[in-house]
Design a protein around this ligand. Structure first.
Ligand code: URA
Length: 447
C-alpha cells in the first residue's frame, strides 16, 4: 500500500491535465488552483503542446467564466517577471505617473508613433512594449526599424533610464515578460484558436499587467481590417479587458474604433513613420490626428491631467521634441533619409466621381504581399514597401487621377498585390452612399 506521505511528495502533480480537458470540454469551469497549475505545468513543459491545444480548443468552443479569465491572466503574469516603475520620479519628487496604450491592430495603424511622445511631453512616462507585424496588420517595431540606427531591443536598465530622461520608450518586450503567453500564443496561432475572447483578453492583459503600467488605454478595433470584424464582439472583448485591468489595479479605459477603412494615407513601414512625423509637425491626415488626440486625452486623464491641451502640444513642437529625443535615445537618426522602394506602380481612377469605398483588409493584404509585412515571424520586412493612398472615401476624383501607389523592392510582387485590391475600392456618383462603416470612434468602455 502507498503511504499518504508519499502521495504528498513534491514530485507528484496535484491535477491530471486530461481531467481538466474533460471539464472544459463538457462546459465546466476550472478552479483557481487548477488554472494556476495548468499554466505553470505548461510553461515548464510538463503539459504537452497537444494537450494544451485540446484545452485551448475546448476554451474556444465552450468559453470561460469571468473568474477563470481572471485566474488565467494572473497565472500568465506570474509565469515571468513583473516590471516596477515606482522608482521613476516626477520633477516635484512624487512617483511619475505611467500610462500606456494597446491597439488590437489594424491597417495603417501607426498611432503609437505620434502618441507616445505626445503624451510623454506632458511629463508622464509612457512604457510602450510593442510587437512586430504578422499577417496583414503591421507592427510598430517594424515601422520604427525603418529609421536608420534605431534599436528595438533595450536592457531593463536602458528602458528605465530612457523612461526617466525622455519619458517615452517604444521597444520590444523581453522574453521574461509573461513567457506562458508567448508559448500559448504560438500554439494558438497554429491550432485555429486565436479568436477566442477569453484567450485574447488574457493574452493582451497579462503582458500589460506584467509591464507594470499604472494606467492603460485600449484601442479595440472592429471592421474589415481588424482582428474582430463585428462591433458587438469587439465591445465584448473591450469589456473583458477593462475588467481584467481594473481588477489588477491598472486604471483601464477602452475606445472602440472603426477599422473598415485604412487609417491615414500610408500603409507600410517607412511611409507610416513619415506620416507620423507629419502629425507631430502639426499636420497629417485628419483621421490619424483625431485618433491620436482622443487616445492622448484618455491617457492623460488617467494619469491625472484631464484638461491637458494635447492639440497645442502637436502644434507648438513639444511632441516633436520628445519624438526626436526618443528616437535618438535608441540610436536612431531622426533626420536620416528613410528607405525608399526600388519600384512603384500607380493605380489611377478609371472615371470621375466620388470615391465611395476603400476596404481596409484588401489594402492591408496588398501591402503585406508587397513586402511590408511578413508571413513567418522570422522573415525580414522591406522597409520601403507598402501603399500610399492619394484619396479617401468621400473625396472627389477625376478620371486619370492617381488613387494609390504600390511600392516594393521586388516588382514580381505587384501582380498579387493588385489581385488583392481588385474590387476593394469603388468610384460612384455624387449623392451615392459612402461606405465607411460609421464614425472613427464608435464607443468607450470604462470599468
Ligand atoms: N495580441 C495578443 O497579444 N494576443 C492575442 O491573443 C491577440 C492579439
Amino acid at each position: 500500500m502507498i503511504e499518504p506521505a508519499r502521495i504528498q511528495s513534491a514530485d507528484i502533480e496535484p491535477f491530471d491535465v486530461v481531467d481538466l480537458i474533460h471539464t472544459k470540454r463538457d462546459g465546466g469551469s476550472l478552479s483557481t488552483a487548477q488554472v494556476n497549475w495548468m499554466i505553470d505545468a505548461y510553461t515548464r513543459g510538463y503539459i504537452a503542446d497537444e494537450q494544451m491545444a485540446a484545452m485551448t480548443m475546448a476554451i474556444f468552443l465552450k468559453g470561460m467564466e469571468r473568474s477563470e479569465i481572471r485566474d488565467l491572466t494572473l497565472a500568465m503574469v506570474d509565469s515571468g517577471e513583473r516590471l516596477d516603475f515606482s522608482r521613476l520620479r516626477a520633477a516635484d519628487g512624487s512617483v511619475k505617473p505611467t500610462t500606456d496604450k494597446h491597439s488590437t491592430g489594424g491597417v495603417g495603424d501607426k498611432i503609437t508613433l505620434p502618441l507616445a511622445p505626445l503624451v510623454a511631453s506632458f511629463g508622464v512616462a509612457v512604457p510602450q512594449l510593442s510587437g512586430r507585424g504578422l499577417g496583414h496588420t503591421g507592427g510598430t517595431l517594424d515601422k520604427l526599424e525603418s529609421i536608420p540606427g534605431w534599436r528595438a531591443h533595450l536592457s531593463n536598465e536602458e528602458f528605465y533610464s530612457q523612461l526617466d530622461s525622455v519619458g517615452a520608450v517604444v521597444c520590444a518586450a523581453g522574453a521574461k515578460l509573461a513567457p506562458a503567453d508567448g508559448k500559448l500564443y504560438a500554439l494558438r496561432d497554429i491550432t485555429g484558436t486565436v479568436e477566442a475572447i477569453p484567450l485574447i483578453a488574457s493574452s493582451i492583459m497579462s503582458k500589460k499587467i506584467a509591464e507594470g503600467t499604472a494606467a492603460l488605454v485600449l484601442d479595440v478595433k472592429f471592421g474589415s481590417g481588424a482582428f474582430m470584424q463585428d462591433p458587438a464582439r469587439s465591445r465584448e472583448l473591450a469589456e473583458a479587458m477593462v475588467r481584467l485591468g481594473t481588477d489588477a489595479g491598472v486604471s483601464t479605459v477602452a475606445l472602440l474604433t472603426n477599422m473598415n477603412v485604412p487609417l491615414g494615407l500610408a500603409i507600410g513601414n517607412a511611409n507610416e513613420v513619415r506620416e507620423s512625423v507629419e502629425v507631430l509637425a502639426g499636420g497629417g491626415p485628419a483621421d490619424v490626428v483625431e485618433l491620436t488626440l482622443a487616445l492622448a486625452t484618455e491617457m492623460l486623464a488617467l494619469a491625472g491631467q484631464p484638461d491637458a491641451d494635447v492639440a497645442a502640444a502637436l502644434k507648438d513642437g513639444r511632441a516633436m521634441d520628445t519624438w526626436r529625443a526618443m528616437i535618438s535615445a535608441q540610436g536612431g537618426d531622426p533626420d536620416a533619409a528613410m528607405p525608399a522602394p526600388k519600384e512603384s506602380h500607380v493605380v489611377t481612377a478609371e472615371r470621375s466621381g466620388i470615391l465611395v469605398r476603400q476596404d481596409a483588409l484588401p489594402f492591408g493584404v496588398a501591402a503585406w504581399r508587397l513586402g511590408a509585412g511578413r508571413a513567418r515571424q522570422q522573415d525580414p520586412v522591406q522597409h520601403g514597401s507598402g501603399i500610399d493612398l492619394h484619396a479617401k472615401p468621400g473625396d472627389t476624383v477625376t478620371a486619370g487621377q492617381p488613387l494609390f501607389t504600390l511600392h516594393t523592392d521586388e516588382p514580381a510582387r505587384f501582380e498579387r498585390a493588385l489581385e488583392a485590391v481588385a474590387g476593394a475600392f469603388a468610384i460612384g456618383d455624387p449623392g451615392d452612399e459612402v461606405s465607411t462603416g460609421g464614425p472613427l470612434i464608435a464607443g468607450r468602455v470604462t470599468a
